[in-house]
Design a protein around this ligand. Structure first.
Ligand code: AMP
Ligand code: MG
Length: 416
């Protein structure tokens, strides 16, 4: 059986980023991954402009002035934001100017209006600022030709502000991976079907679809598949014809009705992982299947059917693979955070163990509260609001309340 780390490194080695690109707009760019470096032909600021409401002046005219000996200048013009001043300041002159407005030629300094006293057509400067005060010079924050955003970045709202500022409205991004999701099991019914004795409602397709969407990929939800190899083969074939990645849940253990591996072998899959020393989630099948024509191989994840196992397997193994496949250049793996455990956690056993719960930040310290109730892989009812999984390495001693534990972050951190 592979260790978690071995399985992760096998996986990341076989996943190669998708190279297909497309163009997206500023309103649809969030979470997309940049497919090339962005440079601009514009400087930023685009031109010298004022950082204050006040008066544009020539520093030489006001140097050394103070309240007892103010400088007196003629106001020759007003420059609102958005206009291009058509004059140059001569010695002894000032222009009324507003925040963001372009500096007139000849002016090199802005005096904030609070440090002035207005006469009818003149202005008294009471306090002398530093030379060039309150001027935002052209190119001070960014010079044309430099790289402003880098290929492989996951675009965030601040990045989108930058793209708009440099007038990049056709944003080159990688195509989103398409992920087909299927659930297998004779016992499964859809959530809106009437439940008969012995049946189980399929939750995995929906949880996995939400996770896939949150990771920026596109979902193709397939029908439920019973435990019949022929049906499973048809479903998997259909999935590989329409997706870059296939995620199934169920049917990967050693039971009589677990056919995923058999069907994958019949489809000429290269099976890379069969089981991982992890709890929950030991039976995990990872394989590649030949893609269509010259397309790259399709990546297949056969996750265990137990709902918690399926989710933990996604977080630990599928997510990093999707990140790499999507074109993200780094940080594919999970984020681990050292947190103080609020409860005593059992010793780790023969498999790396993940215990779900809540990761909070209180007064600058991370705290982990393990979910109450059973940590059975079939109990998903205490998964609500899970944002962290405490990791107990193999043979790790018991973690006492107040001791530190590594927590894998799987959601947004909120107060305890
Ligand atoms: P399996 O991995 O097929 O042996 O399934 C293990 C357990 O998970 C069984 O109790 C299944 O009923 C349950 N299970 C399998 N698939 C799903 C699913 N899609 N949603 C909820 N539970 C499932
Ligand atoms: Mg099953």
């Amino acid at each position: 059986m592979l260790s978690v780390q071995e399985a992760e490194s096998i996986l990341l080695k076989i996943v190669q980023p998708l190279v297909d690109r497309e163009v997206t707009s500023l309103l649809t760019a969030q979470h997309r991954i940049l497919a090339s470096d962005i440079t601009s032909t514009l400087d930023f600021p685009y031109w010298d402009n004022s950082a204050m409401d006040g008066y544009a002046v020539r520093y030489a005219d006001i140097q050394g002035c103070h309240p007892e000996q103010p400088a007196l200048l003629d106001i020759v013009a007003e420059v609102p934001a958005g206009t291009c001043p058509q004059f140059a300041l001569a010695p002894g002159q000032a222009a009324r100017i507003f925040t963001g407005a372009m500096m007139p030629r000849g002016a090199d300094t802005v005096v904030m209006q609070e440090n002035t006293e207005r006469l009818e057509h003149q202005i008294q400067i009471l306090h002398c600022p530093q030379p060039q005060a309150f001027v935002r010079p052209k190119g001070a924050y960014y010079q044309a030709g430099k790289s402003v955003l880098t290929k492989g970045m996951v675009l965030t709202p601040p990045d989108i502000a930058i793209l708009a500022t440099v007038q990049c409205t056709e944003i080159p991004v990688y195509r989103r991976p398409i992920v087909a999701i299927l659930s297998t099991g004779n016992e499964l019914i859809a959530p809106d079907q009437s439940l008969q004795p012995g049946q189980i409602v399929d939750s995995n397709r929906y949880a996995l679809a939400a996770l896939v969407k949150a990771s920026g990929a596109e979902v193709r939800l397939l029908e439920l598949v019973g435990d019949q190899p022929d049906d499973l083969k048809i479903a998997i074939k259909q999935a590989i014809n329409s997706a870059d990645v296939v995620i199934s849940s169920g049917g990967v253990s050693v039971g009589d009705y677990d056919y995923v591996e058999q069907v994958l072998a019949e489809l000429q899959a290269d099976i890379l992982i069969r089981a991982v020393a992890v709890k929950p989630g030991k039976p995990l099948t990872v394989a590649t299947l030949p893609g269509q024509h010259s397309d790259p191989p399709i990546l297949y994840f056969g996750l265990p059917g137990n709902p918690v196992s399926a989710l933990v397997s996604f977080w630990r193994f599928v997510q990093p693979a999707l990140r790499k496949l999507s074109g993200q250049e780094q940080n594919w793996g999970p984020t681990f955070i050292a947190a103080t455990s609020q409860h005593t956690l059992p010793a780790g056993g023969q498999r790396e163990t993940y215990l779900w719960g809540h990761l909070g930040l209180k007064a600058g310290h991370y705290e982990f509260s393990v979910a109450g109730g059973s940590h059975s892989s079939g109990n998903l009812m205490n998964l609500a609001q899970t944002n962290g999984l405490a990791v107990l390495p193999i043979n790790h001693p018991q973690v006492k309340a107040g001791e530190t534990v590594q927590v894998m972050q799987v959601g947004v951190i909120s107060p305890p």
